[in-house]
Design a protein around this ligand. Structure first.
Ligand SMILES: Nc1ncnc2c1ncn2[C@@H]1O[C@H](COP(=O)(O)OP(=O)(O)OP(=O)(O)O)[C@@H](O)[C@H]1O
Ligand SMILES: [Mg+2]
Length: 235
């Protein structure tokens, strides 16, 4: 579904990604982990068309997308939930969800997506008319993911959904991602919470200093010496 071939990218003259190659197959739940500043967010941004790819190619559903606008990439079926979430704080939960469906015109489909989202996040259903700016941190995270789902994506990229959440909310956000993946949504997840991430995903890429330094089945990564000492605190 998604493939990066030797992708380099950065900010102006500052190169951050150095020849990243990775693949996400249809239906997979893939994660990317790595230390702060390694280039994880930069990688997601370059996939979503928010940064110039200076070398290599990003291929999504057989189309080369690295010269495309973000909104066109969203229309192709790729949704990116950023760390900040990008909610409209002065608008209600329901209005934010409607905005997430901007590429769709079929009212019945939009209603069906919204119903599914309220099943997945009952807390949001109870707060339809509440302003997004008055939601708790956890509820905002849920709304950000929910908004990302309103474009009915084939692949959802989520950056650090657990950041700043209390453990019980972290669990409910991860549970929602597991449920979505079981329903057929392909997911590329970036997370600091490495142990849980390795437990819930199929495959993982470890990125360090803009390079993929390790990749494989998440279950096997749990036994990898480098992963154990650098990310799981096991010596
Ligand atoms: N807009 C920007 N302009 C210049 N440098 C940037 C910009 N955004 C990020 N960087 C730099 O790019 C590098 C990679 O940042 P990135 O946000 O991709 O890291 P990350 O792996 O997502 O880290 P974290 O785990 O802290 O979120 C960092 O050194 C960062 O300072
Ligand atoms: Mg980041």
């Amino acid at each position: 579904m998604l493939e990066l071939k030797n992708v380099s990218a950065g900010y102006g003259p500052l190169q951050i990604l150095w020849g990243i190659s990775l693949k996400v197959e249809t239906g997979e739940f893939v994660s990317m982990v790595g230390p702060n500043g390694a280039g994880k967010t930069t990688c997601l941004k370059s996939i979503a068309g928010m940064l110039d790819v200076t070398e290599g190619e990003v291929i999504f559903k057989d189309a080369v997308i690295n010269k495309m606008q973000t909104s066109d990439i969203t229309s192709l079926g790729l949704s990116f939930v950023t760390e900040e979430g990008c909610l409209f704080t002065g608008m209600t939960v329901a209005e934010n969800l409607d905005l997430g469906a901007f590429i769709l015109s079929d009212k019945k489909k939009i209603k069906e997506l919204q119903d599914n989202i309220f099943d997945l996040f009952p807390r949001l259903a109870e707060r339809k008319k509440q302003l997004a700016g008055t939601l708790s941190g956890g509820e905002r995270k849920m709304l950000s993911i929910a908004r990302g789902l309103m474009s009915n994506p084939s692949i959802l990229m989520v950056d650090e959904p657990s950041l700043g959440l209390a453990p019980n909310l972290v669990d409910s956000v991860f549970d929602a991602l597991i449920t979505l993946n079981k329903k057929g949504v392909t997911i590329l997840l970036v997370e600091q919470n490495v142990h849980t991430t390795l437990e819930i995903t199929d495959r993982t890429y470890v990125i360090e200093q803009g390079h993929i330094c390790l990749q494989g089945l998440s279950s096997e990564m749990l036994d990898n010496e480098h992963v154990k000492s650098c990310y799981l605190g096991i010596v």
